[in-house]
Ligand binder design. Sequence first.
Ligand SMILES: *Cc1c(COP(=O)(O)O)cnc(C)c1O
Length: 372
Amino acid sequence: MLKLSQPNISEDAIDAVSDVLRSGQLVHGVESDAFEQELAVYLGCRDVVLVSSGAAALHLALLALDIGPGDAVVVPDFTFPATANVVVLVGARPVIVDVLSDTYTLDPMRLEQTLLNWSGPEKIRAVMPVHEFGCVADMNAINRIAKAHGLAVVEDAACALGAHQGGQKAGTLGDLGCFSFHPRKTLTTGEGGAIATNSPEHASRLRRLRSHGMEHKSTGIHFLEAATNYRLTNFQASLGRRQLPHLDSWIRTRRKLANTYFSALRPLAEKGLIKVPTEVEGHSWQTFMIVLNKAFNRNEIIMKLRERKIETNLGAQCLSKIGIYPGKNALTFIGPDLYSHGLALPMYERMTPIDIELVVKELTIVLFGKNK
Ligand SMILES: *Cc1c(COP(=O)(O)O)cnc(C)c1O
């Protein structure tokens, strides 16, 4: 089976984890402190706060901004549900806005329309653009609109570590940037996540929030607010640290593989059977998702490809179709379409161009078989 994605854990990373386990320093320690600093250098931001998952990062970002009951947060329709779930978890309301059909990211024009037409009763306090699949949302436009309306910007960069826009890294373009180190992402610590920020106030609040609301002072431990435990372990950090030096070269390989997909898929795209994603500068290609022509049953295509030993999947969820988010939103069209017809193809840095040709060959057979 050619897998959809494969974690890239080297022997020296496994050794580093064993060393930490033998050291007995399992929660915070040298490795987690170093990983935070190395990530901050890599991203070009002041502080990085490690946490236990991408969802934990998003949750703490909203708590650090004091977003809660009576507030609302704009989220894109096409994403992983964690983006909206954390809004509900802090007692606020997610306001779902459609995405763009070419980049699959938040549509700035519809964001602006939503803000201009908003009549409450909640107060919109923040916008959470998602850098879907490693494609950075249009942050120039989103930041400009957010500023004009007094909103905070929380980037859901869960799948975009290493992506950039205009040379500035994803996760450092808004007020707070959230990352995931889940095995489906390019760099993994099993479970894990991080928040990037340039604000020392946010950083110290986030450190407190991830650790029971505790602060260590010269007078001892103080409990300053009610919070839970969202810490990453020292051994997970050691796993992440060993991958970080390789990340840029992995992303370069993924860009080359994406280019191989673009050329190999051209005949199918020219016949109108599929649409390929738009090539955007700084895309980190965590996922390569095409959109099938509506004539195809996407789930059937996934099953047929599985029979031919190619693992594919739907790309992301459509929040407006889930039905657990309160309140009425403007209609969306692109999100539901990407959800129903999107097909994520195998993509990981240890694939070869020959693997890509094989995926496209099998996809072509399956699509033509269906169309006859
Ligand atoms: C993976 C992902 C998350 C969740 O990250 P976890 O580490 O699994 O909690 C949230 N948002 C987006 C866009 C993601 O891709």
